[in-house]
Unconditional design. Sequence first.
Length: 69
Amino acid sequence: MPLITVPHLEAPDDFYEALIDTHRDLPEPESHALNARLVLLLSNHIGEQAVLLEALRAARAPAQEGSQR
C-alpha cells in the first residue's frame, strides 16, 4: 500500500477541531506526549514498515527545506 498524500480525510475540519480540543489546556510536555502516543497508535494501525518510513521522510521534508534557507 503506498502512502496517500492527497487529501483523504472524511471531515478534515472536524478532525482538526477534535485534535486541537484534545490538546486544549494540556501543559506542553503532556501535549508532546499525547502527540507521541497518537503517532504510535496510528503507526500501529497502518502497520506497514515501508509506508511508515515513507511517511517519516515526507513529514521531515518541509523541515529540511526550511533549514536550507
